[in-house]
Design a protein. Structure first.
Length: 317
């Protein structure tokens, strides 16, 4: 009996020591990821939303344009840095970090499509205060389409940069996805797994393989910003990734896309995966959708070819 008790105590001590060690490792990883301070917070504008403070910047004068970043791990408003000052010459430019992303508050809520729809609508109502044009990248296109469908009077023209496929948004959480979410939500150990997913090497490889047109010259500053944003907020930084990876943010936007009659314009990177097929699918649902492909760009045409991108903005808006 005594031997059994000793084994239990030894095992408990080992578990506690391992947990404490991993917790310290997680803290060190998160702190070191922010050393470059890529995400400037000198302009401390926060919209005090009911599910957490939303960070944003405001520049320029004129008709409002709202910039909304992609939902890749580490996404933030930083990605619009090469065009927002030029846009601000003729527009009032609002650039936000979506809830749970970048410099915005990262809470323990379940992040769904509806949460982001409400955040965007509330931001336009309470901060911008008038009908606005929107430029939105990647997965976040689904939020804007559904927000516009729900509250049409808040939106004017919508420019969609490399929207994700309609078929991928129809995929709902299964047993594997639910298990993945539970694993990531485990304190300490789930955070360590997340840190492996958004490690420096993992982020760099994603840019080289999937985001950059020229894999030999990816935008290093953007990589650093993504790496930092993915780690800001400590253990809560993983929540957005956990919900997106487990498909809790997915929603079928086909009906919303079909029924909205706002001006819609797709800007696709020439080398974006399945770009032509995605454009065709969106136009099949809503024939009024216009589209253009920017040469020598991939997932971030506004970063890789800002002048070309601004030309399209000028044409559309």
């Amino acid at each position: 009996m005594k031997k059994h008790s000793k084994r239990l105590l030894t095992a408990a001590a080992l578990v506690m020591t391992t947990t404490a060690t991993i917790h310290i490792i997680n803290k060190v990883i998160a702190a070191s990821a922010c050393l470059k301070e890529m995400l400037d917070t000198d302009v401390r504008n926060y919209y005090h939303w009911r599910f957490g403070d939303i960070y944003y910047t405001k520049k320029g004068k004129g008709s409002p344009i709202l910039l909304i970043h992609d939902m890749l791990p580490g996404g933030s408003g930083y990605e619009w840095g090469k065009i927002e000052d030029d846009l601000a010459l003729e527009h009032t430019v609002y650039n936000l970090d979506l809830p749970g992303c970048g410099r915005s508050e990262k809470s323990g809520i379940t992040y769904t499509n509806f949460v982001y729809v409400q955040a965007i609508c509330d931001f336009i109502k309470n901060v911008i205060g008038k009908k606005t044009d929107v430029i939105v990248n990647g997965y976040a296109v689904s939020f804007v389409v559904m927000a516009c469908h729900n509250e049409k009077d808040l939106f004017n023209k919508i420019m969609m940069v490399n929207p994700v496929s309609l078929s991928s948004l129809k995929q709902m959480p299964g047993k594997k996805e639910k298990l993945l979410r539970r694993c990531l939500e485990i304190p300490v150990f789930g955070t360590l797994v997340y840190h492996m997913v958004v490690s420096r090497d993992a982020v760099n490889n994603e840019f080289i393989e999937n985001y950059a047109f020229d894999p030999f010259h990816p935008d290093r500053d953007l990589q650093d910003a993504y790496y930092e944003a993915a780690h800001r907020g400590g253990c809560y930084a993983k929540n957005v990734y956990a919900n997106k990876a487990s498909k809790y943010m997915n929603i079928d936007i086909t009906r919303g896309l079909k029924e909205i009659d706002n001006s819609l314009y797709i800007v696709e990177g020439e080398a974006e995966n399945n770009g032509e097929a995605i454009i065709e699918a969106y136009q099949n649902v809503n024939p009024s959708v216009e589209a253009v492909t920017l040469k020598e760009t991939k997932h971030f045409p506004h970063v890789e070819a800002p002048e070309q991108f601004l030309e399209q903005v000028g044409i559309f808006f």
